[in-house]
Design a protein around this ligand. Structure first.
Ligand code: GUN
Length: 291
């Protein structure tokens, strides 16, 4: 029997928790509500869709949001100026620069220019380093969403072998760190695999938990997994046949029945990612009120 991990349902629960916190800590105390800034560049359809979803989520939960949309050909200096404005705007609690950026823009330079205290994506090296060392920081939303989905469904990860496929800074690399931390919810033995790993199935067949984020539809097939394993599908691939259809990195039908737990696409990791950005924004606003 395979149990589907319902990200929509859990995200709704967490949204309620965030909403209660906003009511208690901001509205009842007559404080300004948390405020998220988003900088979007260019016309990438997926990025526009993600950003619109983030804005909608903010509105529904009572978080204020401000969008700066820059043209595709905008210069790095223009983007740096907008980041400087967000860093110095006391009304903005946290902000993100939607990735990917155009090729002519140096992504590392952009991420380094974000004030780590406002870096609700958790991509700045200061936050990434603190996360690796078990220090308080912002965690990247998708990685935090996966960890929360496992924890709230009481899936044991301690002592289990987790195989992560893909080492992006958005998903694979941070989740490989979070799963293996010496923490209450951690202590997994993690293997981080990627495009240079030969015979990936040698790893996946021995995994208790597989977290796949490679951007290849149906990459993980039933024959590549161990019976009873937990499969977390982070893929968001647009179908070539129907551009409104989203496909995961897992071949759902061949894995269903063999895995013990499986995240559907859509409705698994995606909603968890969106809600974790709201949670990070709430934390940034709470931190601001402490200082
Ligand atoms: N592009 C895809 N996922 C993300 C994300 O979590 N944050 C940002 N900033 N860009 C993304």
């Amino acid at each position: 029997m395979t149990k589907l991990l319902n990200g929509n349902q859990l995200a709704t629960e967490i949204r309620k928790e965030i909403s209660n916190e906003i009511e208690k800590n901001f509205i009842k105390k007559n404080r300004k509500v948390p405020h998220l800034g988003i900088i979007l560049t260019g016309t990438n359809k997926s990025s526009i869709r993600y950003v619109n979803n983030k804005l909608k989520e903010c509105k529904n939960i009572g978080i204020k949001s401000s969008l700066v949309h820059l043209p595709e050909k905008c210069l790095e200096d223009r983007l740096l100026k907008e980041i400087h404005n967000m860093n110095n705007n006391p009304l903005i609690d946290g902000f993100i620069v939607q990735l990917p950026l155009e090729k002519h823009i140096n992504q590392d330079k952009i991420i380094l220019s974000i004030n780590p205290k406002k870096d609700v994506d958790g991509f700045h090296p200061e936050n990434f380093g603190k996360m690796s060392l078990n220090m308080k920081s912002f965690f990247p939303a998708t990685a935090l969403g996966i960890l929360t989905l496992l924890e709230r469904n009481r899936i044991e990860i301690s002592g289990k072998h987790t195989v992560v496929i893909g080492r992006s800074r958005i998903v694979g690399f941070p989740i490989s760190i979070l799963m293996g931390r010496k923490m209450n919810f951690g202590n997994s033995t993690v293997t981080l695999t990627h495009s240079y790993t030969p015979n990936i199935e040698n790893y996946t067949k021995n995994a208790d938990i597989i977290i796949v984020s490679v951007g290849i539809p149906k990459f993980i097939k039933g024959k590549m997994i161990k019976k009873g394993s937990v499969i977390i599908d982070v893929g968001i691939n647009t179908s070539k046949i129907d551009e409104n259809k989203i496909l995961g990195d897992v071949d759902f039908h061949s894995v269903y029945g063999k895995a013990s737990y499986l995240t559907p696409v859509p409705g698994g990791v995606g909603p968890m990612t969106r809600v974790m950005l709201l949670k990070n924004t709430l934390i940034a606003a709470l931190n601001n009120n402490e200082n």
